[in-house]
Ligand binder design. Sequence first.
Ligand code: AMP
Ligand code: MG
Length: 466
Amino acid sequence: MSKELGFSNQDIQSKEFLEVMTGNSIIENSKPFAMCYAGHQFGNWAGQLGDGRAINLGEIKNWALQLKGAGPTPYSRTADGLAVLRSSVREYLCSEAMHHLGVPTTRALSLSLTGDQVLRDMMYDGNSAYEKGAIVSRVAKSFLRFGNFEIFAARNDLKNLKILTDYTILHHFSHLGNPCKEVYLKFFQEVTNKTLEMIVHWQRVGFVHGVMNTDNMSILGLTIDYGPYGWLEGFDLGWTPNTTDKKHKRYRYGNQPTIGLWNLYQLANALYPLIDEAAPLEEILERYQRDFKTESLHMMRSKLGLTLAKKNDLLLIESLEDNLQAIETDMTIFFRLLSSFNSKQAEKGIELIQDAFYSPEQLVGKVLTDWKHWFVSYAKRLERETTPNEEREQLMKTKNPKYVLRNYMAQLAIDKANKGDISLVEELYQVLKKPYEEQPEFEHWFTKRPEWARHKVGCSMLSCSS
Ligand code: AMP
Ligand code: MG
């Protein structure tokens, strides 16, 4: 990221860089600011929010630069504007991991300790403790959120709503033409497409955002605000990493596409005054549902190495999902191992993916029969493809990552970093830069979640408190 911004190695080792990235000095002639936005949180209108602990430093080569955790802003409300090392390591590693996985995301430029101690009640259970304060500097073409549009619509401030929308179009969607009613609709269509594309990627890699509130939805369709996110280990459409969401599971893996649409409805409502016609907006929203089915099918085909479209592919995919849920199966390991499947040897399928099962001894009776059937159907389906096995394997390995940031991996890195040793943060950063490559020296990260991590705070339970 630093290269992209034009920094040399010398620059990033300079005192000035350090001072700016830790919020101790500001770039000459710049005017840092915090943004005001609103949002729907967990399905309810939350009114005005804003950058409570993010500060925009300015732009470098059209990239916006923010510090997260550098202290209070006008929108901090009663909170401290700070961030802790735990959440900062998580944001730093995960946003970079996502980038290298090919998922649209904000980026991380630096991670620093502040030297402050920050009080946090991590699980909201009255057990507050001091943690190390930290700052992530993050980068994106824009940090605008759906909530930035919602705030003006809610205040009926159409003048500023128009200024903001025109600005966004001129700076980030200029290919759509000069702002006018027709272009506003095109803009909404494009935000819809980008949001959809981002969520299809999330589903592909097994990422669960955890807090898909409209204030956490980027207008550019970037994954933003890494909080209580998680990665599917056992494939489960009903899984959410966020303890605050345990009851209703609104932001569970299988619900992300629907929530994306729900959020787009809120954005459509916010843009409506500029368009003054509901039908074309509704049409775009309805198309999202159809497009999602198509894109999702396309994505699943690519995970299975299917280059042709055949009538029963959806059935094959649905029965696979049933099987994956019937016995705890590690999503990442399953798809990666499946890449080496030989369509001439269907009977060897189960043996091939053994390592993906958390309790292989449970693979008996109907579960076993269903898996065997599935491999036979998959082998038959592959026979209709024209790509040879070896070529398909290479193709599948570009869609099915070998390394993702499992929750326990982040937690191990955090535990060490809290003791002053950042070597594991560095190691994971290196591994996650090449998630689709074999990297035999890092094979130890291609393993299922260890049992100790199953119910550990930070590994299976996360909260917004960061
Ligand atoms: P989130 O759900 O983490 O995106 O946060 C929701 C809102 O709370 C945002 O407007 C944040 O800026 C704000 N917020 C979260 N943590 C803090 C904090 N430590 N200090 C000030 N504001 C915060
Ligand atoms: Mg947020």
